[in-house]
Write a protein that binds this ligand. Sequence first.
Ligand code: ARG
Length: 469
Amino acid sequence: MAVADHAASGARLWGGRFSERTDEAVDRLNRSIAFDGRLWPWDIRGSIAHTTMLGETGIIEPSDADSIIAGLQALEQDLACGAVSLDPAAEDVHTAVEDLLRRRLGPVAGRLHTARSRNDQVATDVRLYLREAAADLLGGIRELQRTFVEAAEREFGVVLPGCTHLQHAQPVLLSHHLLAYFWMLQRDAERLSECARRANRLPLGAGALAGTGFPINRRRVAELLGFDGICENSMDAVSDRDFVVEFVGCAALLMTHLSRFAEELILWSTPEFGYVRLSDAVTTGSSIMPQKKNPDVAELVRGKTGRVCGHLTGLLMVIKGQPLAYNKDMQEDKEPLFDTVDTLQAVLPAFIRMLATAEFRRDRMAASLTRDFSTATDVADWLVRQGMPFREAHGVVGRMVRHCEERGIGLEDLKQSDLEPFSELFRAGFAGLDPESSARSRTSEGGTGHDAVRLQLDRALELLSGAPA
Ligand code: ARG
């Protein structure tokens, strides 16, 4: 048989027209089994659906279809329990699975590939894989959102300096700060569901690129595999990987969001900030400096964000400029996709543990709000309420800040007699403002006022208890 005769090593599904052996260096470059081997469960599932349809339509004998299906099912079990394994020298997962089936069933296995190409087969496998990966990732995002909500509830009432430009801006509730991440994750979840929904269409039946003359029933295969419909154009079906780009894009944005909180925890756990104590269980030590407790989880999240964003760029570059339809470049879609999934599967549980066990230090946050001028806007707003135009009030308070800075004091240290030279409106009696009441006063919807944040928490809980994104 030409197939076996021509294999330098391992199985392949072609060879009839070749008279020379493939160069070993070329085999090594071409072979994808080392990374696409993990697609076997979806490859088999796709094959079972395809064979079912081939039998139902009479494209192959129903009894042959039955043997092939039984063979594939037995193979699935044997692969799952390790009784058999894929040939590591096979060209790719499709080849390895078909080769195992052929060994089991003999020549009838050769009927499986009727009206099918590896081009529509691989596109189907990857879509099936991605659908499960997205569902799994969505579960992880949900759990992280829940962890943020729990922390926000636990820390309700704690105030810290809200920053812009990393400079103290206005006091905010820690819960408000934490919930900001809840909403980022909410959009990540929505984006991911959207992407999974769009990807859920069947490429199989596209053949190599042009469709097939056999009377296949693509709708039936789509139904068997749980796809919402079919890819409408066979050339598009085998040659686009936009769903992989979208998935990795969603992941890159998710990682980017996580990297922001990771960076905050890194800063907040320094002695300079001291806002948070990370648990021993999520930190690591140094081999030389006995005192060290390093926020490795947060740093790895930050670092791995670069890795996932790199995959996104890589994928875009793989697809860029490829003429229609399938090209072998497409084989390069798998490693970035798999690595993105693996990275998130490693990152999310550790990130969740890091947040769930973080001890936020109310005292340090309160201390950093002392003499930090973060209530300056509130003073200006008070003057506005006394009738002064805001722009003028801004100037008055600016001068007050300069005055305080020159004396090394804070706004809270100014007495009634110190205030009056800045504006006679202060004669009405300015009671001063502590950070807590400053935060409380920001009552607008979506603001950091206690009631507004309560409302936000309720909405977040409602979303978590409701349907998936
Ligand atoms: N390993 C290949 C891939 O990932 C499978 C499809 C091969 N198709 C082909 N025409 N050589 O893209």
